[in-house]
Design a protein around this ligand. Structure first.
Ligand code: HEM
Length: 331
């Protein structure tokens, strides 16, 4: 049985620190005027099916994964930067999935009856930083690339700054694989019934599909005109606080991957009127890891910081309210 003795380590003044980090992001968002504070550029917004699998191990039948069921979902692929830039620039890439029709009480006070469960990922299984404090220092330094090393050395100290820069550079790669053959990672933990897990989106087509030099979203759109694209959602269980820490996002959880659901991005034409309506809706939507069932609550310092930052960003950009059902998009 997976371990149940995971534990969060919550500092006394955390809420104040998180409010400060959020104000830093809000200032960046206001200056960039590109919509979201981070992940401003959507590569593509699409509709999908999210199917919880029936034949999963008993321990993995937790939260919304307790019962095999097919849900509608919306998916947004994005670049990480606060500005909208060409996809050939090095950047973080994100996937945000909103599963609709999920029962169970949700975490955010006032939104207990919401029917959405969001799952967000990036292309690396860890972050270059340990916690939200370092994350915000990195985000601040990235705003002026020419001064980045100096700013980070100033805020983190020489040795730690060097380590963060090296790890960040490894993750900031110019994309060579198509979005359809990229794995995504939550890189941070969530509660999973009595257990704790990290999520991994594993492309079902195991081949590395090279991307063309152009825009990542256009390449995926062309693929989706021909056929569906699928990912398996897997969980990695918490083992102990050393090998699978809850509070340190720079350590890769190396536990076994267990498939619990399949995301099928259906064959669709994103340039059709219906496709354009879906993209427009997805751009307006609020993807937030805290849109979650109580028994699937985000865990750890960086997740707790996100609990402040996402609501501020979505409010500032006038994001759409949570859907109460899968929206209908006319053909
Ligand atoms: C491993 C850690 C993280 C992952 C996997 C992640 C992933 C993502 C993704 C995929 C998006 C785009 C959502 C969309 O398409 O609408 C996003 C947006 C965003 N992220 Fe994160 N993120 C991480 C850490 C953080 C942290 C630590 C903060 C701040 C403390 C943060 C703040 C934001 C904000 C403000 C947005 C824009 C929200 C909006 O207006 O919709 N993220 N993130």
């Amino acid at each position: 049985m997976p371990a149940t003795d995971w534990k969060e380590d919550i500092a006394d003044n955390e809420a104040e620190r998180f409010a400060y980090y959020t104000s830093v992001l809000s200032a960046i968002q206001a200056k960039a005027q590109a919509g979201r504070a981070l992940h401003a550029k959507g590569n593509l917004g699409v509709e999908a099916d999210f199917e919880v699998l029936g034949d999963i191990p008993a321990d993995a039948k937790q939260g919304m994964f307790a019962v095999a069921k097919k849900y509608p979902a919306l998916v947004r692929f994005s670049n990480g930067a606060s500005a909208k830039r060409a996809d050939q620039k090095p950047d973080i890439r994100g996937i945000a999935v909103k599963v609709i029709g999920v029962d169970g009480d949700k975490v955010i006070p006032g939104m207990e009856a919401a029917v959405t469960q969001d799952l967000l990922g990036i292309r690396s299984p860890t972050t270059p930083v340990k916690n939200a404090e370092e994350f915000i220092k990195l985000i601040l330094a990235v705003q002026t690339p020419a001064l980045l090393p100096f700013k980070l050395i100033g805020s983190l100290g020489f040795a730690r700054a060097l380590h963060v820069i090296r790890t960040a550079l490894a993750g900031f790669k110019i994309p060579t694989a198509a979005l359809a053959s990229t794995a995504y990672y939550s890189a941070l933990p969530s509660q999973y019934g009595p257990f704790a897990v990290q999520y991994v989106w594993r492309p079902v087509d195991g081949h590395v599909l090279a991307t063309k030099k152009g825009e990542l979203g256009e390449e995926l759109a062309a693929r989706l005109r021909e056929s569906a694209v699928m990912y398996d959602l897997c969980v990695k269980f918490f083992i102990d606080s050393k090998v699978t820490p809850i509070e340190d996002a720079s350590v890769e959880w190396k536990s076994e991957l267990i498939s619990v659901a399949r995301l099928t991005i259906k064959k669709q034409d994103v340039d059709s009127p219906r496709g354009k309506a879906i993209t427009a809706y997805v751009e307006k939507a609020a993807f937030d890891p805290w849109h979650a069932r109580k028994d699937m609550k985000p865990l750890g310092n960086m997740m707790r910081a996100r609990n402040h930052a996402y609501r501020a960003s979505t409010q500032a950009r006038g994001a759409a309210p949570e859907p109460t059902d899968m929206p209908t998009f006319s053909a």
